[in-house]
Design a protein around this ligand. Structure first.
Ligand code: GLU
Length: 282
């Protein structure tokens, strides 16, 4: 049985880009006569707000998107709210830690930037965590809980990670070149995105992940987590990003293009899902 999901992070109102990606997720689940699961990814407690989580549910409902399981409809795997699943994430941290692939890390983003030979040109991607900062294999092995420190995953430096994407076609990323040792746990006591999303997609038996193409690189990292955990990875379908006339990505702060603002202007769901941005904004 096909199981897809939509997994918004409630740090702002959802915009046209989210609407289109989530509508595609719903369409693929429908076409496969499968199930769609709604998950609230609210682990960043400083930036997430319950009112945005509620707005996401109601805006997507208004668009005509329906799900079979979620915070508002329950289901066999409830709860569907990540901030209520810390025990589960801790158990996944333990399983990863037991394989020896994690280490504690006290380097800051600034330490990483200062260590780079050339200035980091592209702000959109994370700088590669330098190999020189990786401690020896024994570091952190006696820990029994993540505690109040960051933890990183030791990537297989130089290895090619390839996967097929149902929309974007074949993809290859190289560990150590396209991405370095990445965070799986944050010192504020919460899992980092890569661990949380793998843990929950597995727990919710997701068979295909549909999300924005900005997360293609994350998929390569997540495939390494699936492999280490000895879990079967889902299939992948990364939707093209909605960009404005200057080719810029829509950020959540593009409030003028939020589903809510467009609805207040009298737009109907079909227009939001299909019209070029220049017409929607006009
Ligand atoms: N919560 C993420 C976001 O809103 C999406 C994560 C995912 O689909 O894997 O950008």
């Amino acid at each position: 049985m096909y199981r897809g999901r939509i997994a918004p992070t409630p740090t702002g109102l959802l915009h046209v880009g989210h609407a289109r990606t989530f509508a595609l997720a719903a369409q693929r689940a429908n076409e496969a006569k499968g199930q769609l699961i709604f998950r609230t990814e609210d682990l960043d407690s400083a930036r997430c707000r319950p009112e945005f989580a509620a707005a996401a549910l109601s805006d997507l409902c208004w668009l005509g998107i329906r799900w079979n399981e979620g915070p508002d409809v329950g289901g066999p795997n409830a709860p569907y709210i990540q901030s209520q699943r810390l025990d589960w994430f801790q158990s996944v941290w333990k399983k990863l830690h037991a394989t020896g692939c994690l280490y504690p890390c006290d380097k800051s983003r600034r330490d990483v930037e200062n260590a780079l030979v050339a200035p980091h040109a592209d702000d959109a991607t994370e700088p590669i965590f330098p190999l020189a900062f990786r401690p020896n294999q024994k570091a952190g092995q006696s820990a029994t809980t993540p505690g109040e420190t960051n933890w990183r995953f030791r990537v297989p430096w130089g290895e090619k990670i390839s996967f097929h994407d149902a929309i974007q076609g074949p993809q290859t990323f190289i560990a150590g070149q396209d991405f370095g040792d990445f965070l799986v746990w944050r010192k504020d006591g919460f899992p980092a995105y890569e661990l949380a999303v793998v843990a929950d997609d597995y727990a919710m038996k997701i068979t295909e992940v549909v999300r924005g193409a900005d997360l293609l690189l994350s998929t390569a990292r997540q495939i390494l987590l699936y492999r280490t955990l000895e879990w079967t990875a889902p299939a992948w379908a990364h939707a093209p990003l909605v960009v404005d006339e200057r080719g810029q990505r829509l950020a959540k702060r593009a409030q003028g293009l939020s589903i809510r603002a467009l609805r207040d202007q009298g737009k109907i769901p079909l227009e939001i899902l299909t019209q070029p941005l220049s017409i929607l904004q006009g």
